[in-house]
Design a protein around this ligand. Structure first.
Ligand SMILES: *Cc1c(COP(=O)(O)O)cnc(C)c1O
Ligand SMILES: [Zn+2]
Length: 422
């Protein structure tokens, strides 16, 4: 078992397992190839269930060996039935996959853990990435844990909290003047000149496979069963494509019964190249210039955009979008109905979930999983708009009763019965 090579996703040309990412014939992206011949499904399932409480329980299906010294135990995050949010949206069997609960508070820990395990195997000493924010947090933390030097490249002017969440691990943080797409182009040039492990450039075939674990885990947590419909946020599009691939691998290995899963995508209206192409019936994605509060999804030229369109259309899903206002509103809705505080990417997912439910794209009895991929303290500016303000009072019972119980809530206070003793 295990990874046996890389293959071009466009022309199929085979390559050795190596830190390369583009086909030398057609420039298509490379993808990991495994040999799963003769795998015993029951034995594999038992191995997974007895494995580490992290993404590495799926090591048989990942393209790098488990490396505990470089690992922060990403994964195995909660899958919660969301009854109250479901009621608000008219969905009876809704689940939230809360992937904000990772070591650096976003799903990026999954892809970075796999990429850096591969990087160490290839002998790299420097970790790097082109990031919209969360990836930089994760690369900086995992590099610190592994004792690697780190350079993280982000567009200038990101949320303060995201910059601090990288800087604390002591990488070199490079703020590049321009959009993420400019950062990405620069990093591809640097990766050609220096032997650094750019997790999402030269190590992309390994990085990208880490996202399959968000498909594996949901199936395992549903009792080795596939859901009916999932809603996934889109930046580069990798996560969505790999969740679908994860479901497909489990079915072809016989770990779950094969059944159709509809895959829907979510984008902010201020960076909606895939949603636009979906609506226009196009098979390709035209780049846009991002202008949205959902900075972690602000990729105007998504590398996997056209594969997202293929997956979504073949599955019978849709790609929806949400305005900044709807994103802020959805952050508040998720928090007050389910007690989960997400960043703007999660707000985008919940806002699009709501819209797809309203439009009937998602049916009321489907088993639906919405992927919440990052935590709210990363984008406090957006959350402040959705949060209720506090009430400030002098420290007296009378002030509490008049200012809080009577004024603020508007009702007559119900006094507690006095305690009778003796
Ligand atoms: C990066 C990111 C995504 C989407 O990732 P892609 O694989 O690039 O589509 C979703 N949510 C959050 C919070 C992210 O940081
Ligand atoms: Zn090719």
């Amino acid at each position: 078992m295990g990874v046996v090579g890389l293959r071009c996703r466009e022309c199929g040309k085979a390559f050795a397992v190596s830190p390369s990412y583009a086909c030398d014939e057609c420039l298509g992206p490379l993808e990991a190839v495994y040999d799963h011949a003769g795998v015993d499904a029951a034995a594999l399932k038992a191995r997974i269930e007895a494995g580490p409480r992290s993404i590495w329980r799926y090591a048989d299906l990942l393209p790098a060996p488990y490396d505990p010294d470089a690992d922060l135990q990403a994964g195995l995050t909660p899958l919660l039935p969301a009854r109250r949010l479901g009621e608000a949206l008219g969905l009876r069997r809704l689940y939230i996959k809360n992937d904000a609960l990772n070591p650096t508070w976003s799903f990026k820990d999954r892809v970075v853990s796999v990429a850096l395990a591969a990087a160490r195997r290839f002998g790299f000493e420097v970790a790097a990435c082109a990031s919209t924010g969360n990836l930089a947090n994760s690369v900086a933390a995992h590099a610190a844990r592994a004792g690697m030097e780190a350079y993280v490249f982000i567009p200038a002017g990101l949320e303060r909290a995201k910059v601090v969440n990288s800087a604390i691990y002591h990488p070199t943080v490079v703020e590049v003047e321009g959009t993420y797409d400019d950062v990405n182009r620069l990093c591809a040039q640097i990766a050609d000149e220096y032997r650094w492990a750019f997790v999402n450039v030269n190590l992309r075939p390994f990085y990208s496979e880490g996202a399959k674990t968000l498909g594996f885990e949901v199936a395992e947590q549903l009792g080795w069963r596939l859901p009916d419909h999932v809603v996934v946020p889109i930046a580069s599009g990798n996560l969505l494509v790999k969740i679908a691939k994860g479901f497909e691998e489990l079915a072809s290995l016989g770990l779950v019964e094969r059944r159709p899963v509809r895959i829907s995508g979510a984008q902010p209206a201020g960076c909606n190249p895939v949603a636009r192409a979906y609506r226009a019936g196009q098979a390709w994605v035209d780049p846009v210039r991002p202008q949205t509060i959902a900075r972690s999804l602000a990729i105007g030229n998504p590398a996997d955009g056209k594969y997202v369109l293929d997956v979504v259309r073949a599955s019978g899903g849709a790609v929806g979008e949400a305005t900044d206002e709807e994103i802020v509103d959805a952050i508040g809705l998720l928090a007050r109905t389910e007690g989960i505080f997400t960043e703007t990417a999660g707000g985008t997912t919940i806002a699009v979930l709501r819209r797809l439910a309203q439009e009937g794209v998602i049916g009321p009895d489907e088993v639906v999983v919405a992927y919440v991929t990052g935590m709210g303290l990363k984008t406090p500016e957006a959350a402040e708009e959705a949060a209720v303000s506090s009430v400030r009072i002098p420290a007296s019972l009378r002030a509490f009763e008049t200012a809080v119980l009577a004024d603020h809530r508007g009702g007559t206070p119900q006094r507690a019965p006095s305690v009778v003793t003796g």
